[in-house]
Design a protein around this ligand. Structure first.
Ligand code: ARG
Length: 512
């Protein structure tokens, strides 16, 4: 379905009929087939294309969601695996993209009526914790750990890496349940979780399940047994256990290395065995770099018969970076999210000041979170993205501030006039166009669903806001014959923006 361009007055969509025409015998028959789905609209056939048009603008304004578009295989229950940071390391920008996109998709599926389970699959197991334990035993300082928290763990981790610590022995001890190592691991985990939770609170994000790798390592055994029993796995020359994926054009998946109880993949498979009973669709919001890995895991799960009636999807995304030089990266080339947030906060505070808006800290934080969320969600997820903070802290252009400002403008307009009536007629061509856009919303929803990307809703919100502002600049409403029309259009805008703001995690400040 096409809708990006303008197809003339009142047209909300143009449907190519050729394919259906082949099936049904003629373009007319195909048109008849589709027009049934859009029975509240007028339509025209032109060169085997069906134009769906607004019939009556006032009616269309009263009821802006006439279209029910079928979304294929919409799940009743959906699991979103997102954020899933590794403990012992500060949250980095890659996890940030997963966090923001995962939360947004969760809200989107809720909007579609799915029951959503938000799952934080913590990276809290693996050889790196052996390294960290070894480093702590060598150089650790309890007081520093208490005061500096996660940053201290990260310093230790970097040092361990630079000094070439292996952590093998300590990790084995941890796996065997060694008391001291277990205690240290728990302390590290607690410190990390506390800081992650602070971040989630700030960003208005919550999870239903916090179960990650440490929970599943014990079940790795089962996966290995299943693989051998079902003959989808075999023991390799070096004694590792491998799932044979060569026939499917994929590299084999190692699920057990000599001596080690489980690997990242084994734990993911163990988790899938449980998860697949909980939902019809499972989405992993994880960076592009794990694309091959997820192909392997999904294929392995299929061979193991863990997920016969659940669809698995890797919702991948491109690399997020910050412009070189503009942002100080620290040791280990990691950008801490709290540093990023302070930078945005400084910019936002300045921008609001220069507009002469005097706002409190709570409002500033709302704009900060909105700006951050919108910056990431207004990019198509698969693309790499350089986050230029300055560009997104602006009242102009495709930014959160622009949308929030537009929203406020509509609200203020409504509040300025005391009596509201539905107008008898919609006169202004831009008002009419806004009504057309309102009816295009379901098509954007479908795009977002088909691509698992709420970026399409950002695109939509921007288009709507731009058009509204154009109208606002061209036509005075208050005290003119356009007064009620302007109010009715403003209501329509607000209704759509509120839906989208929630999905994109935009928060309206009391003052802007
Ligand atoms: N902890 C992993 C990382 O930081 C991401 C985990 C994604 N989820 C999963 N079920 N594998 O790369």
């Amino acid at each position: 379905m096409l809708f990006e361009k303008d197809y003339g007055e009142g047209v909300i969509a143009i449907i190519p009929l050729h394919k259906k025409a082949k099936e049904l015998g003629s373009c007319e028959k195909a048109a008849e087939y589709y027009s049934k789905k859009f029975k509240d609209y007028a339509y025209e056939i032109e060169n085997c294309f069906l134009k769906i048009k607004i019939k009556d603008y006032v009616e269309a304004l009263k009821n802006s969601s006439l279209i029910k578009i079928d979304l294929e295989n919409k799940p009743q229950r959906a699991i979103l695996d997102f954020s899933s940071p590794n403990i012992g390391k500060p949250f980095h920008v890659g996890h940030l993209r997963s966090t923001i996109l995962g939360e947004s998709l969760s809200r989107f599926y809720e909007f579609l009526g799915s029951k959503v389970i938000r799952w934080n699959y913590l990276g809290d197991w693996g050889i790196q914790y052996g390294k960290l334990i070894e480093a702590y035993k060598k150089w650790g300082n309890e007081r520093e750990l208490k005061t500096k928290g996660l940053r201290y763990l990260f310093e230790l981790y970097v040092k361990a890496h630079n000094e070439g610590l292996q952590g093998e022995e300590e990790f084995k001890k941890l796996e065997r349940g060694d008391k001291e190592n277990k205690k240290l691991w728990l302390i590290f985990r607690d410190i990390s979780l506390k800081e992650f939770k602070k971040m989630y609170d700030l960003l208005n994000i919550r999870f239903d399940i916090w179960k990650g790798e440490s929970h599943y390592y014990e079940f790795g055994k089962e996966v290995i047994e299943d693989a051998l029993n079902k003959k989808v796995g075999f023991e390799d020359k070096d004694k590792s256990i491998v799932i044979d994926l060569k026939p499917f054009g994929l590299p084999n998946l190692v699920i057990s290395k000599r001596g080690e109880r489980s690997l990242y993949a084994t734990r993911d498979l163990a988790c899938l065995k449980e998860r697949c009973n909980l939902a019809e669709k499972i989405m992993y919001v994880v960076g592009n770099e794990q694309s091959l890995y997820f192909k392997q895991v999904f294929k392995a799960a299929e061979l193991l018969d863990y997920c016969s009636s659940t669809s698995l999807e890797h919702v991948s995304f491109g690399l997020l970076t910050l412009p070189k030089g503009k942002f100080s990266t620290r040791k280990g080339n990691v950008i801490f999210v709290d540093d990023l947030i302070s930078t945005i906060k400084k910019e936002v505070t300045n921008a609001l000041k220069s507009k002469g808006v005097d706002v409190g800290d709570e409002d500033i934080m709302k704009v900060v979170v909105s700006t951050l969320s919108y910056a990431l969600l207004s990019q198509a997820r698969r693309k790499d993205f350089v986050f230029d903070v300055k560009k997104f802290v602006s009242f102009e252009g495709n930014t959160a501030m622009y949308l929030l400002y537009t929203y406020k403008r509509a609200k203020n307009l409504i509040n300025e006039v005391s009596s509201h009536k539905m107008p008898k007629e919609i006169k202004h061509p831009i008002s009419r166009h806004i009504i057309v856009l309102m009816h295009r919303f379901p098509f954007y929803v479908k795009k977002a669903y088909d691509n698992n990307d709420t970026y399409y809703l950002a695109l939509y919100a921007y288009e709507l806001a731009k058009t509204y502002n154009k109208l606002y600049q061209q036509q005075k409403f208050i005290g003119t014959e356009y007064e009620q029309e302007g109010i009715a259009i403003s209501y329509g805008l607000i209704e759509k923006l509120e839906i989208i703001f929630h999905i994109l995690n935009l928060q309206v400040p009391t003052k802007i």
